[in-house]
Design a protein around this ligand. Structure first.
Ligand code: XMP
Length: 515
């Protein structure tokens, strides 16, 4: 075992919507943590030797029959515990305090409340009054023995509590969300001033633990990975390659809808790694299937199905596979929880593969990481910056950026124009501020004049957005001089484009991609 376990924090998951953020905040303090189900037995918890435990929030009320419970013994482990929202109520309930259901909405709190805090290590470096994010119906009305109140809000008499002797802390608010001022500091105080952790965990150590655990899981088994060239599958590939080397086969299906040079870049990036790398150049196949198709959803469906077919054919060639790697990251898990939201676009990614490929188990080595952590891990593992810092690129690639029917010629036009756009954005130093930027070849043609001749060519749209979560986005305010420069370059350097427009819609009502 590496020394990571010496500073392990366990986050017990009671089903709250912000649980992933708690893990993220803890890691931001360079403390390693794992999110475990609340049902994890005391024996398993003890075996991990946690230096602190956090109970998350959750949707239940402690008095409900099926509400998640916790074994009282956990409070006897001599490990500092921080309960958040439901976690704080549960701590109180189990230790003999009282939790009450708000009779009417005048007692429940949702949104920002002003928190007034007393002297406590938990608030060591905060102001005395600040706004905190609340989201609760029940609230604590009587403290268990040994506890005292350390914060209140107008509606909440016990907004934070402590038992300093036993190192037990509870907060009714959510320190993990950005809306809570000093939330980061509060979690840091719990970890460093109360649990006395050093906070010396690094991505290098995370990589090493993951590699060890993958080695254990895989043994001598065969592993298969669908490499798309995107950040997640590339980092997963790097990690697996360090863990199991040649037992790993990566299949990179080049559907022909990659950006300029991209397919070769991906191949080059993995050329010297100790893995079986198979690049399938399937451009003709995809183009044939898409002939005459211009409806976006149909395109996506065809590409998704063809991708699976190619992958399946290739994987059959390598025989029985024991493990399939998925590049799922933490936000994917959260987002896919949105059960019956209406389908805006059917996203194509490797999520559909397990039904079609025979394997024993799935490995999801990135499932606890956020995007920026995945990038950091990629760098730690030695992947080149251009691969790790890549902006998001949709599974169906340029096929959904060529509006209407896809032909090789139209793809080539788009590839050149998109390359110039991206090059100029980077030259202007805007590539770190703008989260996604690309060109779209519309199916509209218009009249222009070049030299002394009439032209009748395509209109190209430029799309650039700023966003944090890609669920909503603002169009990026690229300075006009730069747009002008890009426009001049594209119409001069790329044949068949005589007009450039800039997309000035946000999401919603538009989406980021055009199809
Ligand atoms: P939209 O267009 O829905 O895009 O606003 C949101 C984000 O998702 C990306 N996107 C996809 N990613 N497969 C993917 O893996 C897809 O089919 C797909 N379609 C859109 C898009 O580029 C943006 O970052």
């Amino acid at each position: 075992m590496s020394d990571i376990s010496q500073e392990m924090v366990i986050i017990l998951d009671f089903g709250g919507q912000y649980n992933q953020l708690i893990a993220r905040r803890v890691r931001e303090h360079n403390v390693y943590c794992e999110v475990l189900p609340y049902k994890t037995s005391i024996a398993e918890i003890k075996a991990k030797n946690p230096k602190a435990i956090i109970f998350t929030g959750g949707p239940n009320s402690v008095y409900e029959e099926n509400a998640p419970k916790i074994d009282k013994e956990i409070f006897e482990l001599n490990t500092p515990i921080l309960g958040i929202c439901y976690g704080a109520q549960l701590m109180c309930h189990v230790l003999g305090g009282k939790v009450t259901k708000a009779k009417d909405s005048s007692l429940s709190e949702y949104g920002k409340s002003i928190l007034r805090v007393n002297d406590s290590q938990l608030f060591a470096n905060t102001e005395k009054e600040f706004s905190a994010w609340m989201s609760h119906n029940d609230y604590i009305t009587n403290l268990p023995n040994g506890f005292s109140v350390i914060a209140t809000t107008e509606k909440c008499p016990y907004a934070a509590i402590e038992n300093t002797k036993k190192n037990l802390y509870g907060v009714q608010f959510h320190p993990e969300v950005n809306h809570t001022k000093f939330g980061f500091e509060i979690i840091g105080n719990f970890l460093k001033k109360i649990a006395l952790l050093k906070g010396d965990w690094t991505m290098k150590e995370y990589a090493q633990t993951s590699i060890n655990s993958i080695k254990n899981q895989v043994g001598k088994g065969k592993v298969l990975l669908a490499l798309s060239g995107g950040v997640d599958s590339s980092v997963a590939c790097a990690l697996l390659s360090k863990a199991v080397g040649e037992q790993l086969t990566c299949i990179f299906v080049d559907h022909g809808f990659m950006r300029k040079n991209e397919g070769d870049e991906v191949e080059k990036a993995f050329a010297n790694w100790d893995i079986n790398f198979i690049r399938v150049n399937a451009q003709e196949r995809f183009l044939a299937k898409l002939k005459g198709v211009s409806e976006p959803e149909k395109k996506r469906k065809i590409i998704g199905e063809e991708f699976i077919r190619v992958f399946e054919e290739e994987s059959k060639k390598i025989g029985t596979v024991d493990f399939l790697v998925q590049g799922t990251i933490y936000p994917d898990i959260i987002e896919s929880g949105v059960g019956d939201a209406s389908v805006i676009k059917s996203h194509h990614n490797v999520g559909g593969l397990p039904d079609y490929v025979d394997f024993k188990e799935i490995i999801e080595p990135l499932k606890l990481l956020f995007k920026d952590e995945v990038r950091e891990l990629g760098k730690t593992l030695g992947l080149p910056d251009y691969l790790v810092n890549r902006q998001p690129f949709p599974g169906p690639g340029l096929a959904i950026r060529v509006i209407g029917e896809i032909t090789k010629d139209r793809l080539d036009i788009l590839r050149e124009a998109d390359f110039i756009f991206r090059e100029e954005v980077a030259k202007a130093g805007l590539d770190t501020e703008i989260n996604q930027y690309f060109a779209v070849l519309t199916n509209m043609r218009s009249v222009g004049v070049m030299g002394d001749s009439r032209t009748y060519d395509y209109t190209l749209a430029l799309r650039a957005v700023t966003t944090t979560d890609f669920m909503t986005a603002e169009f990026a305010h690229i300075p006009y001089e730069i747009i002008e420069k890009i426009s001049v370059r594209i119409v001069n350097e790329v044949k068949n484009i005589n007009r450039i427009v800039y997309d000035v819609t946000s999401k919603p009502p538009a989406t980021i991609e055009w199809e």
